[in-house]
Design a protein around this ligand. Structure first.
Ligand code: HEC
Ligand code: HEC
Length: 344
């Protein structure tokens, strides 16, 4: 038997396990760090202008221009430790809502308002968890939410929705076939004359309703899985029909103006007549400078038109985007440069 040189012991199973464990801990740590690093980058791109790189009040260049209520100090452990990870996530990942809606005001859990834009339609759920992890570091905490567990939960919802959709679909198809056969059999009993006057009456099958419900659930569950790690799809926005009567226009402009501040918080980032945020360009001449079809498409999906724009997709419905477009169309401030003096 060859003597084993000192310092060159053969690896035992325990050794290998320990090395494996250390490696996986290292990799787990790295994956976590990588997510936080990505979250930090995203925070700097999408949040710093309002919240500041360190989360301090008054630090972001847009701070003074934001309407009230202004953000809390994200760097304060005393203020921020009262929020759970999920509550911070929900502030960033939600729908924009009208805070004048009593249902919203009555909801104690609802603390987000329209001055904070949503990123639900811009970033993936996983990216937002990365951002939450970074926000936690700003006040000396770390993320404790089980992100892989959430992913698994979505997967399970999807696995449960699939057979339900398939069975209701099969039942719907069978019922359709049966109804069609019955219809044909009935039509065969009619004379040519009767057939001429005969009007086919569409019947709704109860199986259809059941299938539609299950199918919607399935699609939602599938989107949940698909968009956990992927950003929302950049769907092509159809050319809107923006023709409108004078009478309707006035009412739409009024609605658009309300949506602009109260629901979507556009004023947090854009100024009109020097009031409002500085993150995006001033919109006080939008009605002269911008094509309404372009504006509609931009509001519906800015990322589809400019990938890295800081303007998030706010999830505006077609009707809301239309009203906002009409409103922006009325903004026709004169060019603000001082008039050129008369040569005389
Ligand atoms: C247009 C400016 C603006 C941008 C951009 C913005 N926020 Fe905010 N944020 C606000 C405002 C204003 C509030 C306060 C809302 C309130 O008090 O209800 C807020 C609230 C918050 C809160 C809850 C703390 C509080 O004050 O109630 C968190 C957390 C937060 N933002 C994180 C983020 C993150 C992360 C991003 C980037 C992905 C971001 N925000 C982007 C303006 C902004
Ligand atoms: C978080 C900040 C933010 C919010 C909220 C926001 N925008 Fe913007 N917006 C921007 C930025 C930044 C740009 C510049 C786009 C670019 O070039 O990347 C922009 C560009 C635009 C433009 C094009 C302006 C031009 O002169 O080219 C329009 C129109 C516009 N936004 C409308 C809106 C409307 C309407 C809302 C509310 C529904 C809104 N924005 C909400 C940041 C924001």
């Amino acid at each position: 038997m060859k003597p084993v040189a000192k310092g060159n012991k053969p690896r035992t199973l325990v050794n290998c396990l320990l090395i494996g464990l250390a490696a996986s801990l290292f990799m787990y740590g790295c994956a976590g760090d990588e997510k936080t690093a990505k979250g930090k980058k995203l925070y700097h791109h999408y949040c710093s202008h309002c919240h500041g790189d360190s989360g301090q009040q008054g630090e972001g260049f847009n701070w003074d221009r934001m309407p009230d209520p202004r953000p809390k100090n994200l760097a304060s452990n005393a203020e921020m430790s009262t929020f759970s990870d999920k509550e911070i996530f929900d502030t960033i990942y939600r729908d924009m809502r009208d805070t004048e809606d009593p249902k919203v005001l009555d909801d104690d859990n609802y603390f987000a308002v329209s001055t904070m834009p949503t990123f639900k339609y811009t970033l993936s759920e996983e990216e937002i968890w990365g951002i939450v992890a970074h926000v936690r570091t700003l006040h000396g905490m770390s993320l404790s939410y089980d992100v892989p567990g959430r992913k698994k939960e979505l997967e399970e919802v999807f696995q449960a929705a699939k057979p339900e959709m398939e069975s209701t679909q099969a039942a719907y198809e069978a019922a359709t076939e049966k109804a069609e056969a019955a219809q044909e059999a009935y039509e065969e009993t009619l004379t040519d004359e009767q057939l001429e006057d005969y009007e086919y009456e569409e019947i709704t099958l109860p199986e259809e309703a059941a299938f539609l419900i299950a199918n919607e659930k399935f699609n939602k569950a599938k989107a949940g899985v698909d968009y956990f790690s992927k950003r929302p799809k950049k769907t092509r926005i159809e050319r809107p029909d923006l023709t409108i009567s004078e009478a309707d226009l006035a009412q739409q402009v009024e609605l658009g103006k309300k949506l602009y501040t109260d629901t979507y918080g556009c004023n947090g980032c854009h100024s009109i007549n020097d009031i409002g945020g500085l993150v995006g360009p001033t919109l006080d001449r939008a009605g002269v400078r911008l094509n309404p079809t372009w504006v509609f498409r931009w509001i519906k999906n800015p990322q589809a038109m400019k990938k890295r724009t800081r303007m998030p997709n706010l999830g505006a419905s077609d009707a809301d985007a239309r009203a906002l477009t009409y409103y922006l169309g009325t903004l026709r401030a004169p060019i603000s440069t001082a008039p050129i003096p008369d040569p005389e």
